[in-house]
Design a protein around this ligand. Structure first.
Ligand code: ZN
Length: 405
């Protein structure tokens, strides 16, 4: 079949598929990619590229699959700039949360916002990500925390994705924290989550997530919520082992979680459980940096065979960053990932963390998302040059669903 679009002359193509090029990144020099009906139809040397209705010259660029940001909280209203200044002056995040700040202040502002307003705020954030070559974003709720507001956030996330031209996966995070009105009786909120919120988000959310940590939910509460969500047909993921160790990564892995995220304080049993279940470790280096935290045990996770994804964790408090390239650089600098691990972590492994082997890779049949990236001035078209400069790449062109945008 004649392709709709061929991108040819790509100086260095990283397919992120070891089977379709050299090394773990599937590298091809002077390469071309052909698209039919919105998907990749062919990948190979530029000299063998088929004729097409539209042709784009990729010379002077590194071609990579559309980036996948697999952990964000991109729908919120309000600002936490004041709180950030308090933290700079030495205030502790958990103490701020216990005083009704942190997540709870964002919840107040987000509940008060109209759905249209949330769509527009999220659209602007997703558009900023798209301009940096991100074509797929996971967006969590979790700033509504009631049966009306949680579905509102999930609907807003999907609509914002449509308007920004980004593929959005939604995650219900009603168990982000216990809202102020339920602090005196957390068991009532647990019942609301399972009996009222969950039935209302089925059909609006692809996944369920729970924040099991000090000041949030206990291991047993997390297990009850994720088990109910799984029974309702949602995929399962978790915020685990970030502030204190709880055993939540092992719990989620045993439930078949696609990912366990953060993991600064994971233990050996948790690592073994994740390796056995194939649960992806989603690293959030900007959150670690903003919280002045220590890194997760990357060497132990690697030795056990756990795969790494890297996400922005975009949120208004602990990780106010939308640039996934910068997150990948930080994962190398602050956590010790290799360049190969970090690049796979914002593409193929991030797709896997969303349960999608066809995202973040370029091979026949995969999603038709290709990004042409110019390294910083004077740098060669090699993988390391994409990450060495913090946020230093330029996006020349993005193809999404087989169409140049
Ligand atoms: Zn998060």
């Amino acid at each position: 079949m004649r392709p709709d679009l061929v991108v040819h002359g790509i100086s260095t193509l990283l397919t992120m598929d070891a089977a379709s090029g050299a090394g773990a990144l599937g590298r091809l020099n002077d390469a071309a990619v052909a698209f039919v009906d919105g998907r990749v139809a062919w990948v190979g040397p530029s000299s063998d590229a088929p004729a097409a209705d539209q042709r784009i010259d990729g010379s002077g660029t590194v071609g990579v699959p559309g980036l996948v940001d697999c952990h964000t909280h991109a729908v919120w209203a309000g600002s936490r700039a004041d709180e950030w200044e308090q933290r700079l002056a030495g205030a502790d995040y958990t103490a701020i949360l216990e005083r009704g700040g942190g997540i709870l202040s964002t919840v107040r502002a987000t509940r008060a916002a109209a759905e249209d307003e949330l769509v527009e705020l999220a659209r602007r954030r997703l558009a900023g990500m798209a301009a940096r070559g991100v074509t797929t974003v996971e967006v969590k709720s979790g700033y509504g925390l009631d049966p009306i507001s949680e579905p509102k956030l999930l609907r807003a996330a999907r609509e914002a994705g449509r308007r920004a031209g980004v593929r959005v996966f939604t995650t219900w995070l009603g168990a982000h924290t216990v809202p102020a009105e339920h602090r005196a009786d957390r068991s009532a909120y647990l019942r609301e989550l399972i009996d009222v919120q969950l039935p209302r988000v089925v059909g609006l959310a692809d996944f369920a997530d729970v924040y099991v940590d000090k000041g949030a939910f206990t291991l047993e509460e997390g297990r009850a919520i994720l088990s109910a969500a799984r029974a309702a047909g949602l995929g399962v993921r978790i915020h685990a082992e970030q502030v204190v160790f709880t055993g939540s990564a092992a719990m989620a892995a045993a439930l078949g979680a696609l990912s366990a995220d953060h993991l600064e304080r994971i233990d050996d049993d948790g690592i073994a459980a994740m390796a056995k279940a194939g649960t992806v470790a989603v690293l959030a280096p900007a959150a670690m940096l903003y919280l002045k935290d220590t890194p997760p045990p990357v060497a132990k996770l690697r030795a056990a065979g756990v795969r790494f994804a890297v996400a922005t964790d975009l949120n208004p408090g602990t990780s106010p960053i939308h640039d996934l390239w910068a997150s990948a650089t930080l994962a190398c600098v602050t956590m010790g990932l290799t360049v190969e691990e970090a690049l796979l972590g914002i593409t193929a492994v991030a797709g896997k963390a969303l349960g999608r082997e066809d995202l973040g890779v370029l091979r026949p049949g995969s999603a038709g998302d290709l990004v042409l990236v110019e390294p910083p001035a004077g740098e060669p078209c090699v993988p390391g040059a994409l990450l060495q400069h913090l946020g230093g790449t330029t996006i020349r062109r993005v193809v999404r669903d087989g169409r140049a945008v």
